[in-house]
Design a protein around this ligand. Sequence first.
Ligand code: CU
Length: 403
Amino acid sequence: MTIKSMFTPSVTGRDQNPDQRRRAILGATATGSVALAGAGLWGTAAQAAGDSSPLTEAAQPLGIATADIDIAALPRVKQTLVAPPFAPEHEQVASGGPKIVEVEMTIIEKMMQVDHDGNMIWAFTYNGTVPGPLIICYLGDYIELTLKSAPENMLEHNIDFHASTGALGGGGLTHIQPGEEVKLRFRALKPGTFTYHCAPGAEMIPYHVVHGMNGAVMVLPREGLKDKEGKPIRYDRIFYIGEQDYYLPKDEYGQYIHYDSALEDYSDSLNAMRKLVPTHVVFNGAEGALTGENALKAKVGETVLFIHNQANRDTRPHLIGGHGDYVWETGGFGDPPATGLETWFIRGGSAGAAIYTFVQPGIYAYVNHNLIEAVLLGALAHVKVEGAWDNKVMEQVKPPTKM
Ligand SMILES: [Cu+2]
């Protein structure tokens, strides 16, 4: 399939008859048509947004009643999104009833450096960062996203929120061309951390995701996080980490190829991706984004919530020298957290959460504990923790001495 044919159906899709459009979706990128997006790509026609059947049993235990909610009467709050590894301002327990949380993201295609050697990728980003910003709301709130695509962009984009319900996670309702904007509102019906990513259709889906186009949403329980006995869990700060696998094409001499514009790497990238061997696995967009000068910072006694997003590929976070005190591997806050873990597993296509209270100062390494990926490919962060060393926890009883 040529690059031109990838785009033709999506650009003209709105003028085609349903059969042509369905073929276009199955063969190439999705159109803006909700029903067809639901029918064609991942699911069945019944899952499309046009189906207004009531909530399933599964949603009921969470206390979500959507039928009698008056959206127009809900209070609105604006959430200012911030660049990773930081989290937007938020309370840890909801005050009052459901709200509409307004957020805005701009899609920016940009050249980004990915490693210490200066190798580059034409990244596809939400708000200019890899991962895209963290969005936070409470169970039962609405997220209302204004999604804009910068006029200088080359490609069609959209967004699939795993936190949402229907229309391919909103993907079927958010296709935009450069210079367009769209607004999507969805209700957060499940508590947890969830990935979001671009999913414009067919091969463009993984192509965009492994060019950086993903991020996370955290839907907090209204009463906040709890342990398995129901005792509140609170945190002092959030470290939001997006793990990104890149597949940079190489020339016949094994050198990375430079591309002058976005999309020029398309067919080379697909060839590289097909081998399933990433050239880079990095945190927050680039090797070294969270190490050395850029290390995450905390103090002894502080409790940190690590949110780990991986939209594409399995990973196994580990805090070297620490633990996961409370871990929601799957991100599902509806389940009690696991406790005292050494390493946890984040499935590709999800975001997980782990809480740890630091008891010793020093430099911690937060890694993907496939150590080849951590050390050779870049999946490594540092946490610099200040405070007083506690010999009762660990002590070098005898320094290295000649025997
Ligand atoms: Cu995209």
